[in-house]
Design a binder for this molecule. Sequence first.
Ligand code: MN
Length: 136
Amino acid sequence: MCDSVVDSPQQPERKGGSAKILLVEDNALNSDMLSRRLIRRGYEVVLAADGAQAVADAAQQRPDLILMDMSLPTIDGWEATRRIKADSALRAIPVIALTAHAMSGDRERALEAGCDEFDTKPIELDRLLSKMERLL
Ligand code: MN
């Protein structure tokens, strides 16, 4: 008999997705910690450490979602988001702004720049994951 191999329906249990996430964070410790936790949940993670690299990686890597620190070298997260959202080929990629400042104005500034969501540091992983999953 021909044993036509159809992909078995049994898949490893994953809590996250297999989505590709562009994590933009200039603090190496934060970047390392968050990326490990996302990878453990099944996400593919691409790292960028400044705003200019974030814009370039968004175009080159075509991530499914971007986690954008707002305080970044070269160009900040607001400007990087504006540039990504100004590009018709990239603007559909959801961007979640991450900021250390819980100041009320930051949320509005992030949304004005085109961010789809907003979260504050320190990161609470479950809270962030639920925002990510809603946008993916
Ligand atoms: Mn930063």
